[in-house]
Design a protein around this ligand. Structure first.
Ligand SMILES: Nc1ncnc2c1ncn2[C@@H]1O[C@H](COP(=O)(O)OP(=O)(O)OP(=O)(O)O)[C@@H](O)[C@H]1O
Ligand SMILES: [Mg+2]
Length: 346
């Protein structure tokens, strides 16, 4: 794999004052990144998945030269984030802080034109590119209104367009779908896939495991500033030998249940009677196997009637739970930082 982003033992520590009523101010240290190392291939969509406070945005800020790491090194497109800032910035399109990177008093088009000019995109190319992006992202209806009149989803789409204005080889997106409705989020993911197919490397952060699973070639799962698992979604799931669950409804004689229990790979069977003599059966088995046909055969050969069948395979959320004992919804932030209010521009 030829890597386009390389991160080597990157750490970031924040020091901030903690204020509590009636107490003296105390200095509090938060280690937001701890010895993070990974590489991203030039053809990849690489996902950073982790709960609130895991360190995803801090990592992205270090890679986009907005923050200086406390220790460690990183290279973007071959340039060091420590001392080749201009070349790093020229290599990336990024969407950070969602809509807070836009000037609210300007129209969407004026914003895109302004940021394009900052990236030295020639005027004629800018005009043409803004029209193409407006088409691609379906923002034509509102692109000539001031950003302050936009809905949060509309702001997000224009912020996404902004990340594409310099047509950089690397796209870095920090939770780009967070304020989008379900169909628009799906559309954005489709566009991200197309951009990747057209040659861009993509670093995509999310706390939604289904996004990471659907979109990313490889995923790094972060927790408390560390990478706790890294691999393709299927590698992560099979490496943990997580269980698959098969939920069935129907009529299941005892000998059918025993025949399933006797199959190698079945680890647990839970049975529940429902109204009308029907039973629901949950069969837990080792993932990655080909046990499903054997289960069906064992049941059918022993007089069972299957009315419904719902396989539930292991997800990345299960990987996170297996590694941490928590779900991805748990907020692990240690200090809530009040950043600038919206409206002031980037
Ligand atoms: N400027 C700062 N000063 C002090 N602590 C900070 C600062 N920025 C971030 N932190 C802390 O660093 C940790 C990581 O925060 P970060 O914003 O990187 O998390 P995240 O994974 O992006 O979370 P989210 O999903 O909520 O966006 C948190 O505990 C956060 O409170
Ligand atoms: Mg974040």
């Amino acid at each position: 794999m030829s890597s386009i982003i390389k991160v080597e033992k990157l750490s970031k520590t924040f020091e901030s004052k903690e204020r509590k009523k009636g107490q003296r101010r105390k200095l509090k240290t938060v280690q937001a990144l701890k010895d993070v190392s990974f590489e991203i291939g030039e053809n990849e969509i690489f996902g950073l998945l982790g709960p609130n406070g895991a360190g995803k945005t801090t990592l992205i800020k270090c890679l986009t030269t907005l923050l200086l790491p406390s220790s460690g090194k990183a290279w973007v497109n071959g340039y060091s984030v420590l001392d080749e800032e201009d070349s790093v910035r020229a290599s990336i399109g990024c969407m950070l802080m969602g809509d807070r990177g836009l000037y609210w008093k300007l129209t969407g088009r004026e914003n895109l034109d302004y940021f394009g000019a900052l990236y030295h995109v020639p005027k004629a190319v800018r005009r043409d590119r803004i029209d193409k992006l407006a088409d691609l992202l379906h923002v034509k209806d509102f692109i000539d209104r001031t950003v302050e009149t936009y809905s949060s989803g509309q702001k997000m789409l224009v912020a996404f367009a902004k990340s594409l204005i310099n047509d950089a080889p690397i796209l870095i997106l920090d939770e780009p779908t967070v304020t989008l409705d379900v169909p628009t989020a799906r559309e954005l993911r489709t566009i991200v896939k197309e951009l990747n197919e057209s040659g861009k490397a993509i670093l995509y952060t999310t706390h939604l495991m289904h996004e990471a699973e659907e979109l990313c070639n490889r995923v790094a799962i972060m927790d408390h500033g560390e990478i706790i698992a890294l691999g393709t979604p299927s590698e992560l799931k099979t490496s943990l030998a997580l269980d698959d669950t098969l939920d069935l409804e129907g009529v299941f004689p005892a000998k059918a249940v025993e025949a399933v229990r006797a199959l190698g790979g079945v680890t647990r069977i839970a049975m529940k009677s429902t109204n009308g003599g029907r039973t629901s059966l949950s069969i837990i088995s080792r993932s990655g196997g080909t046990i499903l046909p054997q289960i069906i055969e064992a049941l059918m050969h022993n007089g069972a009637t299957i009315e419904q069948l719902r396989p539930k395979t292991a997800t990345l959320e299960d990987v996170f739970i297996a590694k941490t004992g928590r779900t991805l919804d748990v907020d692990t932030r240690q200090i809530v930082v009040q950043r600038g209010e919206p409206g002031g521009g980037p």
